[in-house]
Write a protein that binds this ligand. Structure first.
Ligand code: ADP
Length: 496
């Protein structure tokens, strides 16, 4: 028999993946299954929970048959998942009562307006959950299902329905209905979990009129959730790691300690900074969230989280709408072909400006154009905009956490762009670290499961696996960096 593996189930918003990870942290193989996005009305987004399940199980069983996997050569399964997406089901039939309401869905915005309109309620929710009240989180989605599906409220009150985020649904099915549990990171995105006391908050459950008996038990991310017991899946494999996608990526980046941070450069950016046992309440519209901790950490640890709405999407816009480029990759060569952006600045406030500005009315601008401006200048300014937006988030986090960031770990599609990474180092005056394997989300789930099952000995072993990072060090003086940022801030003022 060969060496054992760990399997990560990476349940994302558009596809489900099963990833085979070996002892060196290498991704040996990966099976991906897309599934349907359902848009019943403008602003509404749903998934069919059975399709989520079959795409995930289809990917898993394909991986199993390709590598003859069984309890003999798989040490553990870890799960990372799209966060906040809400499923309610009947445990006796295993049938969901409706489609899952996806995190992006805006249907419950009126519920948030009605229930969380006052400053007092907002402040109370922020102090308990670390979140700023929004339709994004699970609370209002559960309420909507109970209010709008025939008989659902009565059944929930009679203890006949269960709620879960996608991790909970998958664990429940995979354990043959034995485990109804979630992990602390997913719980912290429901807006019903008191992140300081570590329990479902009774006041919030009653504010949203949600019976406590439908809520899952909450466990540490690196802990035993149950064993596989589902037809077609090898039986008896322990599920010992669960985390929401962003927290999983933070863990996959080996950010185990206070002050460590990661930024994912995808369609948007997701930045998380580990703040240790402190849960700072943001004054800059960031949220406080629970992180996945290694099994030996006996207390709750936190992070500040912020996002950039438009990052890679700006590059897509240059390609698909402006036709300035044919591929995202060529932005690197074009940006490097000019010594600077020629005075051009782009503020991609397509849907307003997020943290720390929080201005929904702002709109995008391109400024500083001259007769000498070329496509290369515009492309360079676009990449710089990704770095400037990340810079603003980092500075807001540093202020909220009282921690200076020396190093930023990066992943996501656009992190492959060397120009962008060097420019990011220059404006932040910090070191940028890019692991060889930028699939950090699934790696995090594998790490959690591998630590909890004893497959890896501890976090030192995991850190040692990432010796081959690409490192970008800052080449700017403080004055140079300040001058770059001053130009950006001036453009942001114009966008607002
Ligand atoms: P998501 O998971 O949000 O779909 P990915 O992590 O796959 O995103 O990253 C894709 C995004 O990154 C796209 O928006 C694309 O425009 C951008 N991107 C990909 N490669 C590059 C590159 N070399 N330079 C700049 N942007 C890139």
């Amino acid at each position: 028999m060969g060496d054992k593996y760990v399997i990560a189930l990476d349940q994302g918003t558009t596809s489900s993946r099963a990833v085979l990870v070996d002892r060196t942290g290498a991704m040996v193989d990966c099976v991906q299954r897309a599934y349907q996005q359902i848009y019943p009305q403008p602003g509404w987004v749903e998934h069919n929970p059975q399709e989520i399940l079959y795409s995930q199980l289809g990917a898993l069983t394909e991986l199993v048959s390709r590598h003859a996997l069984s309890i003999d050569n798989v040490a553990a399964i870890g799960i990372d998942n799209q966060r906040e997406t809400t499923i309610v089901w009947d445990p006796t039939t295993g049938e969901p009562i409706a489609n899952a309401i996806v995190w992006q869905c805006r249907r419950t915005a009126p519920i948030i307006e009605e229930l969380c309109g006052t400053e007092e309620v907002r402040a109370s929710i922020q102090s308990k959950t670390g979140l700023l009240p929004d339709a994004y989180f699970s609370a209002s989605k559960i309420k909507w299902l109970l209010d709008n599906v025939d008989g659902a409220r009565e059944r929930a009150e009679a203890g006949e329905l269960l709620f879960g985020t996608v991790d909970t649904w998958l664990v429940w099915v995979l354990t043959g209905g034995l485990t109804h549990a979630t992990d602390v990171t997913n719980a912290s995105r429901t807006m019903l979990y008191n992140i300081h006391k570590g329990c479902w908050d009774e006041d919030l459950l009653s504010l949203f009129d949600i019976p406590q008996q439908m809520m899952p038990e909450v466990r540490p991310s690196a802990s035993f959730f149950g064993e596989t017991s589902y037809p077609g899946v090898p039986a008896g494999i322990p599920i010992c790691g669960v985390a929401g996608d962003q927290q999983s990526a933070l863990f996959g980046q080996c950010c185990f300690e206070t002050g460590q941070a990661k930024n994912t450069y995808g369609t948007g950016c997701f930045l998380l900074m580990h703040t240790g046992a402190d849960a700072p309440i943001s004054r800059n519209n960031l949220v406080t969230t629970i992180v996945a901790s290694p099994p030996e950490v006996g207390h709750t640890e936190y992070a500040l989280e912020g996002s950039v709405f438009v990052a890679g999407a700006l590059i897509q816009w240059l390609r698909d709408e402006m036709h300035l480029i044919r591929s995202a990759e060529e932005t690197e060569y074009l940006a490097k072909s000019v010594p600077d952006a020629g005075g051009v600045t782009i503020v991609p406030a397509f849907t307003g400006l997020g943290a720390p500005y929080w201005n929904p009315e702002a709109r995008g601008i391109i400024c500083g154009l001259t007769r000498g401006t070329t496509p290369a200048h515009i492309v360079r300014a676009a990449l710089e905009a990704l770095a400037f937006q990340t810079h603003d988030l980092v500075r807001a986090m540093e202020a909220d956490a009282g921690i200076a960031l020396g190093e930023l770990n990066v992943d996501g599609g656009a992190s492959r762009n060397d120009f962008l990474m060097q420019f990011q180092a220059d404006v932040l005056r910090a070191t940028i670290r890019r692991p060889k394997n930028i699939e950090t989300t699934s790696l995090g789930a594998a790490f959690l499961a591998g630590l909890a099952s004893g497959y890896w000995s501890g976090t030192d072993e995991l850190r040692a696996l990432r010796s081959t990072d690409d490192v970008f060090s800052s080449n700017t003086t403080r004055d140079e960096a300040d001058a770059l940022v001053a130009g950006w801030k001036d453009a942001v003022r114009r966008a607002m």
